[in-house]
Design a protein. Structure first.
Length: 468
């Protein structure tokens, strides 16, 4: 019997009710890693990092992430690691240190590793001047062996408010072939409430520039759950976004943690959509985008069926990491810049979070490592289960059993008992051979994943955003 039922997504049942929401609207991670960053330990050392690197096979290609923390203005909702400043000289200093970090990593690796994928995120990478971006790329090419532009995936996050008329042409000349545009919402009332005024024309200009310069893939970021959003208002935003014909859409669930992210306190709480409204928005979004020809990739991503993300999902090769979903499972992730997180040989490492410490450590010729974690066997098993569910919405027990030498039903006896609630609520089907998340369950996939998270019960409520 085949387990893979593959529900047509149009058949999303409308069983979302108050009772379900009150029981499932807890806090939980987004699982861009497992264990999550809360498990990273301060006593993780450069020696641990070197040990992880030493276990890398020389032929293993790298995926590079570069964190560019600066932004010219503050969006109140923002939960990214960023520094808001009007002082343009800050990025000049930053890239001098970033170049040092690149060279230090290359020295630690002891060779010129192959790079198949690169992503510049932030903050706002386009805060950097064109010569600053060129200087970083030049240093990278001195130390890493990049696949040609038509083979590799080289992406950059762009704030359409921060580009000039030639920026996309310039980025193409540096080798970038994918862009991701921050939009969030086109509704003016929503934009005013979050302090991000961005016209449709500004976004359209960035899209036109990217098409004119041969960018292979265009992603647009939206957020649902922002103040004054309704199903109706978000429908308008989605319709306008589709006029721009993006290849991918990231539609993030607004993470509202005003005690952690102080600027979020400027957001009027009364104007936030209720959990019911948020679920209606997401339900509408899934239906609308799938009817418009997009595939639903994992929890917050959509892609055209011929996009590499959708292909990777169909072929069972989709991965999840700190940039969201990714197609390059064969690469190890090396991340550079303040607060950046790497994933190498079953370990996670994070750089120091503040600029002063970052600069001070590099002045002492030290890798600016802050903390990390080395996965044990149980972490690896649970990570495989969580990543399989969050990327593919189904799981075959036999695959986990053969990968890790366990009997799934014995190893996860307690978890399977706890999953019964999801089964009773129509979110999950559990069979003799595995499990399948239903269309309704896809909207609550983070809840299902938390069942397999060994650490979650030890954590205080309030460290993560609401699951709905
Ligand atoms: C680094 S920003 C994108 C690039 C650029 N800084 C910009 O805003 O255009 C990354 C994305 O994270 C998302 N984001 C930021 N804060 C968020 C929050 N509190 N909840 C959910 N998504 C959030 C937004 O969609 C944003 O576009
Ligand atoms: S959303 Fe983007 S531009 Fe706005 S503050 Fe966050 S990182 Fe900066």
């Amino acid at each position: 019997m085949s387990l893979i039922l593959n529900f047509p997504i149009q058949q999303v049942p409308t069983a979302i009710n108050r009772d379900l929401i009150s029981r499932y609207n807890l806090s939980g991670p987004r699982y861009t890693s497992y264990p999550t960053a809360l498990q990273f330990r301060d006593d993780f050392t450069v020696a641990d990092y070197q040990d992880a690197l030493a276990r890398l096979k020389p032929e293993t290609p790298l995926s590079l992430y570069l964190h560019m923390p600066f932004c010219a203005t503050l969006c109140y909702y923002c939960a990214c690691n960023k520094i808001v400043t009007k002082d343009r000289s800050k990025s000049g200093t930053y890239i001098e240190y970033l170049k040092r970090e690149i060279a230090l990593h290359a020295k630690t690796l002891g060779r010129k590793p192959k790079v198949k994928q690169m992503h510049w995120g932030g903050g706002t990478p386009t805060f950097l001047s064109h010569p600053e971006m060129a200087a970083v790329v030049k240093t990278l090419h001195q130390h890493f062996d990049f696949a040609p532009r038509d083979e590799g995936e080289y992406a950059i996050e762009i704030d359409p408010r921060s580009i000039q008329s030639d920026t996309l042409a310039f980025l193409a000349s540096l080798g970038f072939n994918r862009i991701s545009l921050g939009v969030q919402d086109f509704d003016e009332r929503v934009q005013r409430a979050v302090n991000r005024i961005q016209s449709f024309e500004q976004t359209e200009q960035a899209v036109l520039q990217s098409r004119a310069n041969g960018f292979r893939s265009l992603n647009i970021d939206l957020i649902y759950g922002l103040p004054f959003q309704t199903e109706e208002s978000f429908r308008h935003t989605l319709e306008r976004v589709l006029e721009l014909n993006p290849d991918r859409l990231s539609i993030f669930n607004y993470a509202h943690l005003p005690t952690h992210f102080k600027p979020q306190q400027a957001i009027p709480t009364y104007a936030l959509p209720s959990p019911e409204e948020k679920l209606r928005i997401m339900e509408y979004t899934v239906g609308f985008l799938t009817r418009s020809g997009y595939a639903h990739i994992g929890m917050d991503h959509f892609a055209k069926p011929d996009d590499e993300l959708a292909i990777a999902q169909r072929e069972g090769k989709l991965q999840r990491n700190f940039q969201g979903y990714s197609t390059h499972g064969d690469c190890e992730l090396l991340s550079l810049g303040v607060s950046a997180i790497s994933q190498i040989s079953d370990s996670y490492f994070q750089n120091v979070k503040d600029l002063d410490s970052y600069y001070a450590m590099l002045d002492q010729h030290k890798l600016p490592l802050w903390r990390g974690v080395k996965l044990d066997e149980d972490d690896r098993i649970r990570r495989a289960v969580i990543m399989q569910l969050i990327c593919h919405f189904h799981l075959e027990f036999a695959k986990i059993e053969s990968g890790f030498g366990i009997v799934f039903r014995d190893y996860f006896k307690r978890e399977l008992e706890r999953l019964q609630e999801f089964v009773d609520d129509g979110l999950l089907l559990v069979h003799d051979e595995g499990m399948e998340v239903t269309p309704l369950g896809r909207l609550l996939i983070r809840n299902i994943c938390t069942t397999f998270d060994r650490y979650l019960s030890d954590m205080a409520e309030g460290r993560f955003s609401r699951l709905i």
